[in-house]
Design a protein around this ligand. Structure first.
Ligand code: HEM
Length: 505
């Protein structure tokens, strides 16, 4: 047996010596001002692992703790090796920085390869940065998506009509609908038809359910692969990643068959799947959260929203599926959507630091310099939850927060990210959410059937304006910084749907 007694004092002395050395050296860990995460007496890799563990265990607590303890920005050592930017001033300056200072394109190129498996062309700046990305951004402009929006609204109408048919056939005049499933599937159909045409799902050999399952398997594997923290040789051994790869093959071959031109080989399929993922990973789940908040909103908000929806229907039908209609006719719904983005998303916008980058001072914390040659993440979630910025009600949902004179405050919400990496689907996603809510609420009276109180798949969010608390599904694990919160597996909310009574009654 090893004699511990003699060794113990030596061991303690060594630990103490390391702690003192670190105390003296701690300010030089990166630059004179950028703090490093974790207790100073621990080696950097332990601090890094501690951060990974805490981020995974409770994302909100971890991010809010970072902002409370380090202010504007903090460096997280290996395995993340990244600076988190947390203050509103820092986030604004990240999104405003020019490409020569903070660069996103290498990260976007790399993702095309690591997540979507793009061929060697992914490294070619002239193809990717010079041609593909700008072409893609142009394709996603409002002008180019006008027809897509018409198709999205058409499919939403069909889904609402199908529901109306069931309601009319029900003996008691109402039906109970699985809210999460119905909303997600509705967005799935509308988005696929919107972006890829109604014919897409009608191709020979396409099984809608198989495609849906393939997408879900791929989406589930996405955070693990995109994190870049698992070595490629281990990745293939993770069951979710294996299933995700199989799902990805089903998706690419389906898109490949459907494409008649574009990039050669599998690559057209890859680009399409990337777009399918970007559009499907967020919008349906914003739809779920928005619908749940609106069903539990104070009665005055629901009344005003119905009035807004009814007046929106006064415009000629041909105008009802246009971007200008959706951006002008729904000021209250716009405010509710922005508020849902504020409380219902967590995003990380990544950048490579090309030149030393200054993060402005924040409150009692001084400015920080992020050194060139490193990576940073803008993480607006703790800002979205910061009471000092949001009138002491940051954790609550307030549907009127961005209404009327307060509309400009929406610029401080970053649910779509910001700067060069800002969501390219922002406009169509907003229009799709408005079309979804207005079509549903103009046809039906919808009532939430509260899930049992004991249900541990529920979380509660306070609602401003006499609304008490809203019940929402708990968040799915393992999707830190990935956008809209997805419901945890197995969460279920039902809604009772009946025909709306005529306006005069
Ligand atoms: C409410 C729904 C949506 C939310 C909350 C959302 C959010 C986001 C976020 C946070 C990002 C990354 C931003 C950053 O890194 O700074 C992003 C990127 C993107 N989103 Fe969305 N999104 C939504 C809907 C859509 C839709 C419907 C599309 C349609 C195709 C779309 C297409 C994209 C694309 C193409 C990118 C860029 C991907 C890249 O840089 O490689 N999004 N979105």
């Amino acid at each position: 047996m090893v004699e511990l007694e003699g060794w113990l004092p030596v061991l303690l002395a060594a630990v103490a010596a390391i702690a003192v050395a670190r105390l003296l050296l701690r300010r030089s860990s990166f630059s004179s001002t950028l703090p490093t995460y974790g207790p100073f007496f621990l080696p950097p890799f332990v601090r890094g692992l501690l951060a990974v563990y805490r981020l995974g265990a409770d994302e909100d607590a971890f991010l809010q703790g970072l902002k409370r303890d380090y202010g504007a920005a903090v460096y997280i050592p290996w395995p993340m090796k990244t600076t988190f930017v947390l203050s509103i001033e820092g986030i604004r300056s990240v999104y405003a920085a020019p490409r020569r200072v903070l660069n996103f394109y290498p990260i976007r190129r790399e993702m095309q390869h690591t997540v979507f498996g793009a061929g060697p062309y992914w490294k070619d700046e002239s193809i990717m940065d010079g041609s593909l990305f700008p072409l893609h951004a142009r394709g996603m402009s409002k002008a180019n998506l006008a027809d897509s929006l018409v198709r999205v609204v058409d499919v939403l109408r069909v889904r609402v009509d199908e529901l109306a048919y069931k309601v009319d056939k029900a003996p008691q005049g109402d039906v109970i609908v699985d809210l999460i499933k119905w909303t997600v599937e509705t967005f799935y159909d509308a988005t696929l038809a919107g972006f890829f045409g109604k014919e897409f799902l009608r191709q020979d050999g396409v099984d809608e359910q198989e495609l849906y399952n393939a997408f879900n398997a791929f989406d589930k594997s996405f955070p693990i692969v995109a994190s870049g923290m698992v070595p490629p040789s281990f990745l293939e051994k993770i069951p979710d990643v294996k299933k995700g790869r199989e799902g990805f093959e089903v998706l690419t071959s389906t898109f490949e068959r459907w494409m008649s031109d574009g990039f050669a080989g599998l690559d057209a399929g890859i680009i399409m799947v990337a777009d399918m993922w970007a559009s499907m990973a967020n919008a349906p789940f914003m739809g779920v959260q928005l619908l749940l908040f609106l069903l539990q909103a104070p009665s005055d908000i629901r009344r005003d929203l119905l009035n807004e929806i009814d007046s929106s229907l006064q415009v000629p039908p041909a105008e009802q599926s246009t971007f200008s209609h959706f951006s002008q006719s729904f000021p209250l719904l716009t405010s509710c959507i922005t508020e849902t983005l504020r409380v219902g998303t967590s995003i990380f916008s990544a950048r490579i630091v090309e030149e030393d980058f200054r993060i402005p001072a924040h409150g009692e914390y001084s400015e920080a310099i992020v050194p060139a040659g490193t990576r940073l993440l803008s993480a607006p979630r703790p800002h979205h939850l910061d009471d000092s910025f949001w009138d002491g009600t940051a954790k609550a949902w307030n549907g009127r927060r961005f209404f009327g004179a307060y509309a400009n405050l929406a610029r401080s919400v970053y649910g779509f990210g910001g700067g060069v990496s800002r969501c390219e689907g922002e406009h169509i996603a907003g229009a799709e959410l408005k079309a979804f809510i207005s079509l549903l609420f103009s046809a039906f009276e919808v009532e939430l059937i509260p899930p049992p109180n004991s249900d541990n798949s529920i979380r509660r969010v306070e609602v401003i304006g006499g609304g008490g608390t809203a019940l929402l599904p708990k968040r799915a694990d393992g999707r830190v910084g990935m956008g809209a919160f997805q419901p945890a597996e197995g969460a279920r909310f039902d809604m009772r749907v009946r025909r709306r009574r005529p306006l005069s009654s």
